[in-house]
Design a binder for this molecule. Structure first.
Ligand SMILES: *Cc1c(COP(=O)(O)O)cnc(C)c1O
Length: 577
């Protein structure tokens, strides 16, 4: 153990240390950008439910997700507990001091998982160093490299400082490549204990797990070799393997892949893509993402589940009994969730929305690969459906951030045009998409829409949240939807149904648009307006098939049984998938 003035306890062991650049804990702590952080928060909350000895390690991200506007810092003092020690992280030869802030996630039986936030905003640091944990994904490549040094290397010192014995920790889980330097620190630790290269790799192989979330090579973090050489300690530099470099750039995904014994993808489709585009030296398995059932089910539906599927809180797989719920009752509970959403959305947008009208939801970062414009490309046709089948309401939500500006401008332009169709078509755009608005949206709309460009959606999780609330999904067959889609039963596909995999699997823009409009006007809207009992039955199927399955309860169980504990049959799983 490193010489430490302060220690919680000596010789504590730990089941899981989980590293993530962002961990979404609550909207009061806006240190996440979206899917990755929400997944990390849901996973850790599930570990607390199970009572694992787990911790989360992340950066403070004091001013949140990077934006062109200067965000005010969130009040860390009132939301987190400051720990009475600091950690030194060597960057460019100088020592950067990290403070540590703790937040406890409490599981449903009262067990806690602590999340530690590393914070360089200390008076002991230079102005630049103080800013290193200000912005999530902010700054230039050098800033980002330094952030990742803090996460990976600072995270390692933290474990020691907290009194966890490295050799007794079961699993170190790197959520995305941002914390790949942790692998270096762990390897270095082994070598300092006189383990040979092979023994050190062997130690890491059974303990370090890496989950990649990025669908295509361009999305992986890369840093110029010269930048890395100037910043990383020479002792660690020499442990960077040749295979972690793309010519003169260090690739953090490759680094994480090299040191971890096992890597996981977030859906089966994503695995195939990763196999095609990344050099994989060890096993690549799949653990499909999930969402926390208690975090994302509206209280109106939860009440019904308590009555008809009483074990669902402990184990959401029991939602498979949703078929016992009279469809009429599910429909009524959904109306309550819908009313709550519409009241809130009306208040925010000034547009009066109607409970009786079919309401589509589309909310995500307005990046181009999500194609927010696809659903709005033919306003005349949407309006015609509104007159011929029944009125149509669409609620959009997105983040008001720099990278989303283009998408937002586009949508505002469309909204202006849409106001001409008032009676038949209402479209609103709600700013500041966060967890609270996401929870209202996924529960309160009638159909959840997703239109990513294939194959860019590694997983996606918002459709899973909708499923917990009985809301069918209408989406391009990418990411998780390929594993949850049953046409007309759990939702509807958009575009090609070919089970395409790999980089060659590209969306056909025209066909996607054609299919989207065709199904909306002649399948989905008629079902809602002319066969409401059938629609309600479909909602039951959505819960019992997808709500019961796409949870972090299932996901964490799968991590434990398939990944965290070495399986004799791991190879076979690998081959099947
Ligand atoms: C669930 C969630 C996401 C991820 O949604 P996808 O569109 O499925 O990737 C993003 N942001 C927030 C606030 C969420 O709650």
């Amino acid at each position: 153990m490193r010489s430490s003035v302060f220690c919680y306890a000596i010789f504590m062991d730990l089941d899981i240390a989980y590293f993530s650049m962002e961990i979404a804990l609550s909207d009061a702590i806006p240190n996440y950008s979206g899917g990755l952080g929400v997944l990390a928060g849901d996973a850790l909350l599930t570990m607390a439910d199970f009572g694992y000895k787990a911790i989360g390690i992340t950066l403070l991200n004091e001013r949140g997700y990077y934006s062109s506007i200067l965000n005010n810092p969130w009040p860390k003092e009132s939301l987190l507990k400051k720990l009475p020690f600091t950690l030194p992280v060597k960057i460019e030869g100088r020592v950067v001091i990290c403070q540590v802030w703790q937040y406890d996630l409490v599981g449903q039986f009262g067990e806690k998982v602590s999340v530690y936030h590393l914070d360089t905003n200390s008076e002991q640091n230079s102005e630049y160093d103080r800013s290193l944990t200000s912005y999530l994904y902010g700054g230039d490549s050098r800033y980002r490299l330094h952030q990742e040094q803090i996460l990976g290397l600072g995270g390692f010192y933290l474990l020691e400082k907290l009194g966890f014995q490295v050799e007794k920790t079961r699993i170190f889980h790197l959520n995305e490549g941002h914390a790949a330097f942790f692998g270096l620190a762990l390897y270095d630790w082994c070598r300092q204990r006189f383990l040979s290269h092979e023994s050190a790799l062997g130690f890491l192989a059974t303990r370090l797990v890496f989950t990649t979330h990025t669908p295509l090579p361009a999305g992986h973090d890369r840093f110029l070799k010269s930048l890395v050489s100037a910043s990383l300690e020479p002792r660690l530099l020499k442990f960077l393997p040749e295979t972690a470099f793309d010519q003169d750039e260090l690739n953090m995904t490759r680094l994480a892949m090299f040191y971890s014994g096992i890597a996981t993808s977030v859906t089966r489709k994503h695995r195939a893509l990763t196999k095609e585009t990344m050099p994989i030296n060890r096993s690549l398995l799949t653990v499909t993402n999930g969402v926390h059932h208690l975090r994302w089910t509206s209280s109106f539906l939860a009440e019904l589940y308590d009555q008809y599927c009483p074990l669902w809180r402990r184990n959401p797989a029991f939602l498979h009994l949703a078929g016992r719920i009279p469809p009429q009752r599910l429909w009524q509970a959904h109306q309550k969730a819908k009313q709550k959403l519409l009241t809130w959305a009306t208040q925010k947008s000034g547009v009066t929305l109607n409970l009786k009208h079919i309401t589509l939801g589309f909310a995500r970062r307005m990046t181009s690969y999500k194609r927010p414009s696809l659903l709005l490309s033919r306003l005349d046709e949407l309006s015609r459906f509104g007159y011929e089948v029944g009125p149509l309401q669409i609620i959009f939500s997105g983040k008001a951030h720099a990278s989303d500006k283009e998408g937002k401008v586009l949508i505002l332009k469309i909204l202006k045009k849409a106001s001409e169709y008032q009676d038949s078509l209402k479209i609103v755009y709600l700013e500041d998409y966060d967890m609270d608005s996401a929870a209202k949206l996924v529960a309160g709309v009638d159909v959840w829409v997703n239109t990513p460009l294939r194959p860019y959606e590694a997983s996606g999780t918002s459709g899973m949240k909708a499923a917990l609330n009985g809301v069918p999904h209408f989406s391009v067959l990418d990411g998780w939807w390929e594993e949850g889609w049953v046409e007309g039963v759990t939702g509807w596909s958009i575009g090609s149904r070919l089970s395409g995999i790999g980089v060659e699997d590209r969306s056909d823009q025209d066909y996607d648009e054609e299919d989207l409009y065709h199904k909306l006007g002649s399948v989905i809207m008629p079902l809602y307006y002319h066969q409401p009992e059938q629609f309600a039955k479909m909602m039951i199927n959505v819960v019992s098939l997808n709500g019961a399955t796409f949870t972090t309860h299932r996901m964490v169980n799968e991590y434990v049984s398939k990944i965290y504990f070495p399986l004799k049959n791991r190879k076979r799983f690998d081959e099947i998938e």
